[in-house]
Design a binder for this molecule. Structure first.
Ligand code: HPA
Length: 273
């Protein structure tokens, strides 16, 4: 694990020497949600496979680039394309970029993802601000010797999503007339979508949305006391009594449409931080 810390520091230094200097906000863009990048005045771009010790993205809809630039007068570092557990990466690999972003100096982390709603009062195409989560991935990025330099052995998770960021996000959404649901995100490993019985289970245990990402990064951020906020784009309605075969193309299409609102919220938030 000393090794892991050395790798995090090594990659951080590599990025600094490539101009990734003093970013204030880290951003992770989920499946089909890369549009925010158009709002960044880009100074530097590195493909993941050019960055030492970065995992390489394998999913088609992910571009796999680390971007450094400015939104307004804020310096940001953004991941266009993230790493999923179902791709075969270890939890440590998935959170490696988050740890590097923190070591580069980011003060806030913003995350987006696509998810299905089991709370049927929500509608596809809407957004949900995460207020809490349920980790059903069956794994955890903090397993193994603790990296004391990053955080404590038993991190508190009583408030995993920053109330400061969440209240700003709520105000911004309201200002733009964007409907922003709030609720609990459950993450499963995937890659298959859920059965009817599994969707019923998700609802029973208190989840509002289900997806396959975000929680590892949020756990790593909390470990490092890095304030984090996450917004889901709701792409499919998971009604166990009326379940249609999944259509990934439609999921990506819906994500693309809702992305406009998501992008507005994140861009304004970054400017206001
Ligand atoms: N389940 C899991 N992950 C997802 C879903 C879903 O219904 N929709 C988008 N990502």
């Amino acid at each position: 694990m000393e090794n892991m810390l050395d790798r995090i520091k090594g990659t951080t230094n590599f990025l600094k020497s490539n101009g990734f200097n003093g970013p204030e906000v880290g951003i992770i863009l989920g499946t089909g949600l890369g549009r925010l990048v158009r709002h960044i005045e880009i100074d530097h771009v590195l493909e993941y496979d050019k960055i030492p010790d970065f995992p390489v993205s394998t999913v088609e809809s992910h571009d796999g680039k680390l971007i450094y630039g400015r939104i307004g007068n804020k310096k940001v570092v953004a991941m266009q394309g993230r790493f999923h557990y179902y791709e075969g990466y270890s939890m440590q690999q998935i959170v490696f970029p988050v740890r590097v972003m923190k070591m580069l100096g980011v003060k806030y982390l913003l995350v987006s993802n696509a998810a299905g709603n089991v709370n049927l009062s929500f509608r596809k195409g809407e957004l949900m601000l995460l207020t809490d989560h349920i980790n059903l991935l069956g794994d955890n990025p903090l397993i193994g010797p603790n990296l004391d330099e990053l955080g404590t052995r038993f991190p508190d998770m009583s408030s995993p999503y920053s109330e400061f960021l969440n209240s700003k996000i709520s105000a911004i959404a309201e200002r733009h007339g964007i409907k922003l649901n709030k609720g609990i995100y459950a993450a499963v490993a995937g890659p298959n979508l859920e059965t009817r019985a599994e969707y019923r289970y998700m609802r029973t245990i208190g989840a509002d949305l289900v997806g396959m990402s975000t929680i590892p990064e949020v756990i790593a951020a909390n470990h490092m006391k890095l304030p984090v906020a996450a917004i889901s784009v709701i792409t499919d309605e998971c009604d166990p009594d009326n379940l249609k075969p999944v259509n990934i193309r439609e999921i990506l299409e819906v994500a693309g449409r809702a992305e406009v609102s998501l992008t507005k919220v994140f861009v304004d938030l970054v400017k206001e931080l």
